[in-house]
Design a protein around this ligand. Structure first.
Ligand code: P6P
Length: 299
């Protein structure tokens, strides 16, 4: 069984990027412990979206930054929990991350995740998801697993008792199948086309797999090899809720590298140019035919 370092070297990853993943996996291990033990009380602070931060958001963000500061390959970071991008070193790599996506789900003991996109850039403004060199999505569930892509396919690793992430499956392929994760169902109230789409999946007897956590919900698609995750906008939030830089771009790179698709309903998520750090986007991500169905029904 391969660990991450062996896998990355075997697919010909540049040494500097291997070192980046060493820091990321260290951070994920520490966040995994924190999720299981730390308090989830509110800290009375707000992130730049006006969302109250819970102790775990801040704690996970600090863990990530602490690990990345030790890595000479890292230069710029941006976090969903920080108001702006920050230069933390002189390295050539820039990392954008959501350190604990779905943190509000921890106190009901649902699975949550960490999402990271890796770039080489002096600023995130103006980048697009296709510029990413790598992406990672960690899931803190009954097991701690991570999906990784360095744009040579997608592999899944599981944290073992020795604290090592071991390869479970590589060359992950997304086909077609009947799982659906219809987010923002509230939008059905003012978007008849979304109601039509959800009704299609129901009438065709698709299996519902929706937890309210983007990472575990998309992890389900990647692990089962098919399905669709949708989070459309609606009249009060035309661009939906999910962030392009911190959530949608990394997850879309992983999905496309696994042979799936990811769209905002019109264009590929990975083509969208970042105009502001907090930019949100609707997202339809998963099996190619399902993403096409979303685009056709909602256009
Ligand atoms: P809603 C979690 O808060 C999150 O950011 C994503 O992980 C998840 O897909 C989405 O929001 C869920 O949003 O509107 O269903 O609570």
């Amino acid at each position: 069984m391969k660990n991450i370092k062996t896998y990355l070297e075997d697919v010909g990853t540049e040494e500097a990027l291997v070192k980046i993943f060493e820091s990321l996996t260290e951070a994920v291990k520490k966040i995994s412990v924190a999720v299981r033990t730390a308090n989830t009380g509110k800290v009375g602070t707000m992130n730049s979206y006006g969302e109250e931060q819970v102790a775990l958001d801040v704690f996970s963000n600090n863990i990530m930054i602490e690990e990345l500061k030790k890595n000479s390959m890292v230069g710029l970071i941006a976090s969903e929990e920080l108001p702006d991008e920050e230069k933390i070193g002189d390295g050539e790599f820039a990392l954008a991350f959501d350190p604990l996506d779905g943190s509000s789900l921890v106190d009901v003991n649902f699975s949550v995740g960490t999402i990271v996109g890796v770039y080489k850039t002096k600023s995130f403004i103006g980048v697009k998801g296709d510029d990413q060199l790598a992406a990672m999505a960690a899931v803190y569930g009954p097991r701690t697993t991570i999906f990784i892509t360095v744009k040579k396919g997608v592999a899944r690793f599981m944290l073992n008792e020795e604290g090592e992430f071991m390869l479970e499956k590589d060359n992950i392929e997304i086909g077609e199948g009947k799982y659906f994760a219809p987010g923002n169902l509230r939008a059905c109230a003012d978007r008849p086309a979304y109601l039509e789409l959800v009704n299609y999946w129901i009438k065709e007897k698709y299996t519902l797999r929706y937890s309210g956590g983007m990472v575990p919900d998309i992890n389900h698609i990647l692990s089962k090899g098919s399905g669709i995750f949708a989070y459309p906008g609606h009249k009060d939030e035309l661009d939906g809720k999910l962030r392009l830089l911190f959530e949608c771009a990394p997850m879309s790179l992983i999905m496309e590298q696994a042979g799936g698709a990811s769209s905002d309903g019109k264009i590929r998520i990975l083509e969208k140019i970042l105009l502001k750090l907090e930019q949100r986007t609707p997202i339809f991500i998963g099996s190619k035919e399902e993403v096409a169905r979303c685009k056709d029904t909602l256009k």
